[in-house]
Ligand binder design. Structure first.
Ligand SMILES: [Zn+2]
Length: 462
């Protein structure tokens, strides 16, 4: 009798493979399962338009599954490091997309917060066995009726998953306090502004998460509020004292193994109880050390508060005069950061540039949905156009500025279907977007037909 005939061979191969797979995995050596979700907003509570479900779903319904693993640099860092470890299964949990208007959005409605926070918790309950949860948050969410939304989100997640590690990453413009570190096991905050290290902090979160699940690390945290509120424009980590604060945090991390020291400078454009700077320290089961480092960092931030919060910046007339003088002296390009305009609709700088006779300037960008509609209804690319631009979003936005010029571009750009470029005056341009658009690179100019080498002064809402 033949043991292996043609019909029995596939069965034998399947049996052998099953045996081999069992031997490789071993009893009880299932892959580590880590859930990932993001729910991120920087809420300007002084801005006019609340952020409800409609705004959260403007770009589509929340994302789930594999797609979550591509949602932003923090998550990409986490995923990359987790994959290096191997034996880790990542589970994408319900995650709302970016809300319409981003940081120009005001108070998040209770309805929207409950929908997504409970959605995340419900999804986690249905995700099967989990070993950990990673939440990529921003930290400056403001919700009507919920004073500390990120802490509340983590409490709801905790109620769903029980006693497994919950690790959080935050932007440094986060307003948080001990409630978040009481609810989560570990919190990492980026150390650079501009935010070059989001991926890095995601990677560190993954490493700590996996070591904690394996029982190689036992995170304990200490949190301090130094009592210092600064506007974003003073917080660039290339200048003092923000640079020294972050350097002091890195020094602690380098001197003592397995210590993670984070500082959020906070987001000042929010009327919330935990506004302002926050220090958060993680140690490997050493509460005394965590407290000592957090206190040292907090004391240091308090000591440098005068140089940190007490800087003087030129007001509009003076700032524009300095910019025009620098451009005339050939120190181009000159960048005017219209940093406090959270609606993107204010016209103070545009009006002042015109008043002072500036040439070759570009406003990148002015948010004005109405102007876009008006241009669409009666403007042809290449033809003359007259429109009143900006100046209506709220009482801080200035007055609408009449612009008469040529429509150089009308069409899609980035996430927008309709963007307009008007050339006017002495080779000046205004780029009009329907919503706030924070320009952080020069990538915007070429697709809109603007030769950036000709631009002498560029004014950004950022
Ligand atoms: Zn930020």
């Amino acid at each position: 009798m033949k043991i292996f005939d043609r019909r029995s061979t596939p069965l034998m191969v399947a049996l052998l493979m099953a045996l081999l797979a069992a031997a490789c995995t071993g009893e009880g050596r299932q892959p580590m399962r880590i859930a990932i979700a993001t729910f991120s907003h920087e809420t300007c509570t002084f801005c006019p338009n609340p952020t409800g479900v409609e705004e959260w779903e403007f770009y589509g319904p929340p994302v789930r599954g594999e797609a979550v693993l591509n949602m932003g640099a923090y998550i990409q860092g986490f995923v990359g490091r987790a994959e290096e470890y191997g034996g880790v299964e990542l589970v994408g949990i319900l995650s709302p997309r970016n809300a319409k208007g981003g940081s120009s959005g005001s108070w998040i409605t209770r309805e929207a917060f409950d929908k997504y926070a409970n959605g995340i918790a419900d999804d986690l309950r249905q995700a099967g066995r989990l070993d950990g949860v990673y939440l990529a948050l921003h930290g400056a969410m403001a919700v009507t009726g919920i004073p500390k939304p990120e802490a509340e989100l983590v409490r709801r997640v905790r109620a769903a998953v029980g006693d497994i590690p919950i690790v959080v990453t935050l932007d440094l413009h986060a307003n948080e306090d001990h409630e978040l570190s009481d609810a989560a096991d570990a919190v990492f905050i980026i150390k650079r502004y501009p935010h070059y290290d989001s991926t890095l902090q995601g990677e560190r979160a993954a490493r700590l998460m996996i070591r904690t699940i394996r029982g190689e690390y036992q995170p304990v945290m200490a949190t301090r509020k130094p009592g210092v509120i600064t506007p974003s424009v003073y917080q660039g980590t290339g200048v003092s004292p923000a640079m020294e604060i972050m350097e002091r945090a890195r020094r602690w991390e380098n001197r003592i193994n397995d210590v993670f020291v984070s500082v959020a400078f906070g987001f000042a454009y929010a009327d919330v109880p935990d506004v302002g700077a926050t220090v958060m320290v993680i140690t490997n089961n050493d509460q005394e050390l965590a407290d000592r480092i957090a206190q040292d960092m907090s004391d240091y931030i308090w000591r440098v508060r005068e140089t940190f919060a007490g800087k003087r910046l030129p007001r509009t007339e003076e700032g524009v005069r300095l910019a025009v003088a620098a451009a005339r002296a050939g120190q181009t390009p000159v960048v005017i950061a219209d940093h406090s305009d959270r609606t993107g609709n204010s016209t103070h700088i545009l009006a002042e540039l015109i008043r002072q006779g500036a040439a070759n300037f570009c406003i990148a960008t002015l948010a004005d949905e109405r102007a876009i509609q008006e241009i669409e209804s009666r403007g042809d690319v290449g033809a003359a156009i007259a429109v009143d631009a900006g100046g209506w979003a709220d009482q801080y936005a200035g007055d609408p500025v009449p612009i008469e010029g040529t429509l150089d571009y009308f069409g899609p750009y980035a996430q927008f279907e309709k963007v307009a470029v008007i050339r006017f005056g002495r080779n000046n341009r205004v780029i009009i977007t329907p919503l706030l658009h924070q320009v952080t690179t020069t990538d915007i100019f070429e697709p809109l037909g603007i030769d950036f080498s000709e631009v002498e002064i560029v004014s950004l809402k950022s």
